[in-house]
Design a protein around this ligand. Structure first.
Ligand SMILES: N[C@@H](CCC(=O)N[C@@H](CS)C(=O)NCC(=O)O)C(=O)O
Length: 228
């Protein structure tokens, strides 16, 4: 029998993975339907006006057309937290809650832009679409664009187990999913320069919720041996 929840998207997308990991951490089963935004077919534009993945369908709300669908990973995760409150992935404390949303936003915008456009697209998507990888762009991203962001993340995670509070939450999931794409592109964190961040990424990506996604993605994502 079909699950209530259905994710439309492509494996390898950090935003799709963010939703998958949140569901796995909550122990909620879901179905997955492949939907590519490159380019988005007409039926997909109806449920995703911005033509982006992921989109969630809650079949208990609607099974046809746009009924029961929600686009955008942040909206989806916030909905899932209300629908399946345990274990909580958003802090109860008001200020911590807002801090968690800040880290989610920072990951989805600042980190995603640099890792997605500057690293994953030139190294991984290029090859998936039959093109030569653009190693120079990727190198520039790793050496010039990302270090200030890593400095901020290092300061924020040093001496802590999680970005906000002491339990895994949306801030950790949103940041860590971007590092999966960083690694898929063949990049590695300089442990000497960002030791706390590197250790936290290793811990996060070893969690079953992330490891299962990564194992599935490695089957079709071309691995890179370029020196970045
Ligand atoms: N803010 C959106 C971003 C989603 C997003 O950018 N997804 C990418 C795939 S990783 C996409 O659909 N890109 C298609 C495009 O930009 O045309 C979210 O959190 O879901």
């Amino acid at each position: 029998m079909a699950n209530d929840l259905l994710i439309y998207g492509m494996k390898g997308s950090p935003f799709v993975r963010k939703v998958q990991v949140l569901l796995a951490e909550k122990g909620v089963p879901y179905d997955f339907e492949m939907a590519s935004p490159f380019p988005a077919p007409d039926w997909f534009a109806e449920i995703s006006p911005a033509k982006r993945i992921p989109v969630l369908r809650d079949r208990s709300i609607g099974t046809e057309g746009a009924a029961g669908t929600l686009p955008d990973s942040s909206v989806i995760c916030a909905y899932l937290e209300r629908k399946h409150p345990e274990p909580a992935m958003y802090p109860r404390d008001h200020f911590d809650h807002a801090r968690a949303l800040w880290f989610e936003e920072y990951a989805d915008s600042e980190l995603a832009m640099r890792i997605g456009l500057g690293l994953f697209r030139p190294m991984v998507m290029a090859r998936m679409f039959g093109k030569e990888p653009d190693v120079e762009t990727a190198r520039k991203t790793v050496r010039e664009q990302l270090p200030p962001l890593f400095d901020y993340l290092e300061t924020s995670i040093a001496g802590r187990s999680c970005f906000v509070g002491d339990a895994l939450g949306i801030a950790d999931i949103a940041i860590a999913t971007q590092f999966v794409n960083f690694q898929h592109a063949g990049a590695r964190i300089d442990v000497a320069r960002w030791p706390a961040l590197a250790a936290w990424v290793d811990r996060m990506l070893a969690r079953k919720s992330f490891a299962d996604c990564i194992a599935a993605e490695r089957k079709f994502i071309p691995q890179s041996d370029a020196e970045l």
